[in-house]
Design a protein around this ligand. Structure first.
Ligand SMILES: Nc1ncnc2c1ncn2[C@@H]1O[C@H](COP(=O)(O)OP(=O)(O)OP(=O)(O)O)[C@@H](O)[C@H]1O
Length: 256
């Protein structure tokens, strides 16, 4: 029985998929040091789709990398799926990343000598886990690549290649799929298909999507947009419309 229906149990809201508290990230030391994030506090609700926007150099990729355990915060705490990443050693961090996080990058990052299926199942092989044929078929179907699993990536269009990358991100059933400009290399129509797929992922699987983008239309697929400026959260916007996002970006750009 859910706790809210039982007066004897205290109500505990679900742990956010991602929680950053006062996260600061400084690259380098001394005179050459660059502070990319300044005391960023942020929560991402499970099953939601969040877009991260901001002017160039505002810290978007750094935020994504720190949230996903690809890089370490200089100070503050990062929790991914309820686990505090701050104190984890390299091995534990790598294991956590492989099981809890999926990644989709602008450049697809597929391995040309492997088939579509081998690319998709690569994270499982790296983690020493067997490929679950039923899950593989489900993921391949979801991204619309049934019948193409024996192909090499070079035979696929850009949009199809990015769908392979999304399938690869989903195959470990991660809590959170992180996208760094996942539609940046795609034409408008193909980009919309990929965004719809990310939207559907959040809606149907309960997985969380966090995506960095420069594109207000891409951001409008999200539930929430987080705007960064100079390493700080400048604003958040719920149920974002593309023109509202574009207008907000203009004011941030003017300030930076
Ligand atoms: N590895 C690094 N070493 C030193 N400085 C870095 C490094 N990575 C990022 N920075 C600096 O940190 C700041 C934030 O960079 P980041 O890439 O997070 O911004 P961004 O908002 O993603 O930018 P863009 O939209 O141009 O990709 C910038 O000043 C950048 O030059």
């Amino acid at each position: 029985m859910p706790s809210e229906h039982n007066p004897t149990l205290p109500h505990r809201p679900p742990e956010p998929a991602v929680r950053l508290e006062a996260v600061t990230k400084t690259y380098g030391r001394g005179h050459g040091a660059v502070t990319a994030l300044r005391e960023v506090t942020l929560q991402v609700t499970r099953g939601s789709f969040t877009a991260v926007m901001g002017p160039s150099g505002s810290g978007k990729s750094t935020l994504l990398h720190c949230a996903a355990g690809l890089d370490r915060a200089t100070s503050g705490t990062v929790r991914l799926g309820g686990t505090d990443l701050t104190g984890l050693g390299e091995t534990a961090l790598t294991r956590l990343r492989r099981t809890r996080a999926g990644f989709v990058f602008q450049a697809f990052n597929l391995i040309g000598s492997l088939t579509v299926e081998q690319n998709i199942t690569l994270p499982l092989r790296l983690a020493g886990r067997p490929a679950d044929r039923a899950l593989l078929a489900e993921v391949v179907d979801r991204v619309g690549l049934t019948g193409r699993t024996a192909h090499r990536p070079a035979r696929l269009s850009g949009g199809q290649q990015q769908r392979v990358a999304i399938a690869r991100a989903l195959i470990t059933r991660p809590d959170v799929v992180f996208g760094d400009e996942p539609t940046g290399a795609l034409d408008t129509v193909t980009a919309r298909e990929v965004l719809a797929l990310l939207r559907e992922t959040a809606d149907t699987t309960g997985q969380t999507v966090v995506m960095v983008t420069h594109d207000p239309v891409a951001a409008s697929y999200a539930d929430t947009v987080v705007f960064l400026a100079d390493g700080r959260v400048a604003d958040t916007l719920g149920s974002p419309a593309a023109d509202t996002v574009a207008a907000r970006m203009t004011t941030l750009g003017a300030r930076s």
